[in-house]
Design a protein around this ligand. Structure first.
Ligand SMILES: Cc1ncc(C[n+]2csc(CCOP(=O)(O)OP(=O)(O)O)c2C)c(N)n1
Length: 343
């Protein structure tokens, strides 16, 4: 079913170049934007937590790219998924407004963090309790089926730490029992916050759990963009075709702290020398240039365009008003109609 044959087979195939370049753009956008966020955080301009996807952009971009809103697909991202959120349609200004506390943002300036969503667009607002989103998306997929909808899939992401919670187990289990079209993409960045893998789980590889849950499972090198695109595309297609839920386990290293408040000093030098510790953006950029998909000038132009887009989003959000506590009605979404809208 899963395992050995799948593992080798998926990594060798090269993705078509348009798709590769599209993913690269999402990755670059995310990296440049998040570097700006980190600088704002260090400058005391962001009062909430800042969580970066540095090192995980390839996996995340692929997650957003293969979901199709016109088919009713649902995305339940986590904290390191800006690339996927952007690929799934989240405007950068929504993110800037959330972090910078603008009243015009999707959380009305009251989160300053990462819990935003786009419920009418099927991007679920994340809950910080590890594993909770697996149950939430499974419920959402069941609800869609009960309403008679067809042809949709749901994808949620989880970390190696998050994989160990009871909520993850329950969500993954019921998805298989109910045979909902779910893809779970687990990014094993080798630390659960500061706890290394050998203190986090005792099985040889997290993908080995797929069989126990009744899932089909794959592993992928999270620093190989072409492989991430192939494997996640395959998993999404298989879920849509009615196969059992899919588990993808991507191996990488988080090239940042758990949040920007964390200097990640616990990451061992030994781990930093592992192949999975290489910077996926550097690796992808090198490939793009070496293969002639983009020359150095075009790359410079793209960087400059993205930097302008990022600066504009941040400048706009910074000029906007913060919320006024006395005017708030404590609805979690930006407009109450989003929550109250009758079906
Ligand atoms: C149910 C629950 N328990 C504990 C926490 C506190 N917590 C936040 S992040 C984290 C570690 C997450 O590890 P992982 O999923 O591997 O993600 P990473 O930050 O390492 O990328 C923990 C224990 C939480 N948010 N939810």
């Amino acid at each position: 079913m899963l395992q050995t044959a799948e593992r080798g087979a998926t990594t060798s195939k090269k993705a078509p170049h348009e798709r590769y370049l599209e993913a690269f753009r999402w990755m670059l956008l995310t990296r440049i934007f998040e570097e700006k966020l980190a600088a704002l955080y260090r400058g005391g301009m962001i009062v909430g937590g800042v969580y970066l996807g540095r090192g995980q952009e390839a996996v995340s971009a692929a997650c957003g790219m293969f979901l199709d809103k016109s088919k009713g697909d649902v995305f339940a991202p986590l904290i390191r998924d800006q690339a996927g959120r952007s690929a799934f349609g989240e405007p950068l200004i929504d993110v800037a407004r959330t972090y910078l506390g603008s009243k015009a943002g999707p959380m009305r300036g009251r989160d300053g963090n990462i819990h935003r969503g786009r419920p009418l667009d099927n991007q679920l607002a994340m809950i910080s309790h590890l594993g909770a989103m697996t149950s939430v998306i499974t419920g959402k997929l069941l609800a869609k089926r009960m309403k008679g909808e067809k042809g949709f899939v749901g994808l949620t992401t989880i970390g190696d730490g998050g994989m160990q919670t009871g909520a993850t187990h329950e969500g993954m289990n019921i998805a298989a029992v109910e045979h909902v079209p779910l893809v779970v993409v687990a990014t094993n960045n080798h630390y659960s916050y500061s706890t290394p893998n050998d203190r986090t789980f005792a099985c040889a590889d997290l993908v080995d759990r797929a069989k126990g849950y009744g899932y089909e499972g794959y592993t992928v090198d999270g620093t190989d963009l072409a492989a991430c695109l192939d494997v996640i595309e395959t998993a999404v297609k298989r879920a849509r075709a009615g196969r059992p839920p899919q588990l993808v386990v991507a191996s990488t290293l988080r090239l940042a702290g758990h949040g920007e408040h964390d200097d990640a000093s616990y990451v061992s030098d030994e781990i930093k020398r592992e192949p999975f510790a290489q910077d996926v953006l550097v690796r992808t950029e090198k490939f793009v240039v070496e293969q002639g998909l983009m020359d150095r000038e075009a790359l410079q132009r793209l960087r400059a365009e993205i930097a302008t887009e990022v600066e504009e989003a941040v400048a706009t959000a910074q000029q906007e008003d913060p919320p006024q506590a006395s005017e708030e009605d404590w609805c979690a979404l930006s407009v109450r109609q989003l929550a109250d809208r009758p079906e």
